[in-house]
Unconditional design. Sequence first.
Lengths: 276, 276
Amino acid sequence: MEKTKRTERITAVTRLLTDNPNQLFTLPYFCGLFSAAKSTMSEDIAIVEAALKKHGLGRVETLAGAAGGVRFRPMLSRKDAFRQVEDISRELCDPQRLLAGGYLYWSDILSSPDIARRMGYIIAGEYYDAGADFVLTMETKGIPFALMTAQALGVPLIIARRSSKVYEGSAVNINYVTGRGSIETMALARRAVKPGQKALIVDDFIRAGGTARGMMSLMEEFNVEVIGSAFMLAQENPSERHISGDTSLMLFSESGPDRLLVRPAPWLSQERDETL
Amino acid sequence: MEKTKRTERITAVTRLLTDNPNQLFTLPYFCGLFSAAKSTMSEDIAIVEAALKKHGLGRVETLAGAAGGVRFRPMLSRKDAFRQVEDISRELCDPQRLLAGGYLYWSDILSSPDIARRMGYIIAGEYYDAGADFVLTMETKGIPFALMTAQALGVPLIIARRSSKVYEGSAVNINYVTGRGSIETMALARRAVKPGQKALIVDDFIRAGGTARGMMSLMEEFNVEVIGSAFMLAQENPSERHISGDTSLMLFSESGPDRLLVRPAPWLSQERDETL
C-alpha cells in the first residue's frame, strides 16, 4: 500500500479527530488508515496535540491501556471564552433588542450555528469529566445550544416536549410550575432514556428555574441522575431560584423599564486550574 | 516573532478552516497568525487541500482576487453519503420503531448530533453554489438537521414557530393545510429575515408537503426567494405532493400495516459530475 506523507497524515488526523469530538480512536485504526507504524503515528498525534494546544484550539488526549486511544475535546481557554461571551453580552444589550413587556429578542443569537457551537465548546469544557450520557433540553429555543454542547461532549441530545406526541410512543408526562406561576406540561418518550443514565441539562434561559426543576423531576421519573445544568443566560440575583449549582454563561439584570444589562458570568474571568 | 513549523501550521490551519465551514479566510490572516510568508502559507494550504480531498474529508477552495481567500466546504463523496444514509435507512426499518397508528419512532436519530452533522454535510454538498442566505425550518424535530446544514453552509438558521411568541416581537402569521388535512398556523418574527434574501428549506419529513408549502408561503410574505428544499425522509410516490424539486435523503413506503420500508434516495447512488 502507498506510503503516506507526514503532512498528509497530520491533516487527515486533525480533521478526523476534531470532526468526532470526544470519540476514542485507537492507534491501530489510524495505522491501518495510513499504512503507518505505531511509532510514526504516535509522533504524528503528538504533533497535532502540541499544535492545537499552542493555538488554543482544543485538547488531544491519549488514553493508555487496552480500552485506550486518542480523542479530541473542543475547548476554549478562559480568556477566549470570556472574550466571546463578552461580545454576545454586548450584542444583547442593544436597546433595539428590547421588546414590549421587557422581553429580549435574541432568537437570531440562539439559532446561530456559529454562536451555538462556540458556546457549546465552553459548556462542554466544564463537563467533560462529569460523565454525562446525554444532554437534555426542553423545546424549542435551547435546542441549537444544547445540540452543539452534546456534539462537543460526544453524547446524544434528548429533547423534552411540551406535550406527548403520537409519533413518540408511550411517554412520561409531568406537570411543573413556571417562573411566571403557570402550570405547564413536559413530556418525554419512555424509550428515550434508560434508568441509571446521567443527564446534563442545557437550556437557553433561566429565571426562577421552574422549567429546569421540571426537567429534574422528569429525570427522577426515569431514574436518571442529573449531573449538572447549564444555561446561556441567567437572571442575576433572582428573587427565587428553584435549582442551584448551575453553570451560566451570561447574567442579566433589569436596570429600569427599557434597559437590560447583560454581562459575562464571573467564573469566566477566573483562571482555570489547569492550562489549556 | 517565533517561526512556526510546517506541521504545526498545517494542524492549526486544518482545524481553523474545518471549524468554520464555508467561511472565507484571507491568506494575510494566516500569514499574520503564523509569521509566515505568503508563498509558504500557500504551500501549506495546498497540502491541506490535497490531503482532505484524498481522504474524502471535504474540499478546500482558494478564491483569487481582492475579495478572495480560502474556505473549507464539508462534503461527502457520493459513495460515503450513500453508505451512511443506507445505515440509517436500515436502522429505521427496525420493526421495534413502528408505533401504534403506523408512526415511526426516530426522535433519537433526528436529535443525534453525529447523524445530524453528517446528513447536514450531504445536503450542504448539494447547495453550496445556490447562494442561500439562511436555512429555514419549522420547529421542532427538524432543528438539529437544519442547524447542522446551516453550519456547513456557513449561514444562519431561522426557526418558524407554531404560534407567535411575545418574546419574538411583531410577527407574520400564516395558516396552512397539513398533509393530514388540518389547518395549522406558522409564525416568524418580522425582524428574522430581510426582503430579497434567499432561503433553503430544511426539515425532517415530507409527506404531502403541506408544511413545506406553508414555509414557502411564509417566505413569500417576507419577499424571500426559496432556492430549494431538503428533507431527511420523504414518502415515496405520495398520492399528492404540494411542492416539487425537493432533495430527500431517504424514501419510505408502507408495505402492509406493520411494516415500513426505508431506502436511500436514488440520486445518492448516482455519480457526481465532479470528483470530490
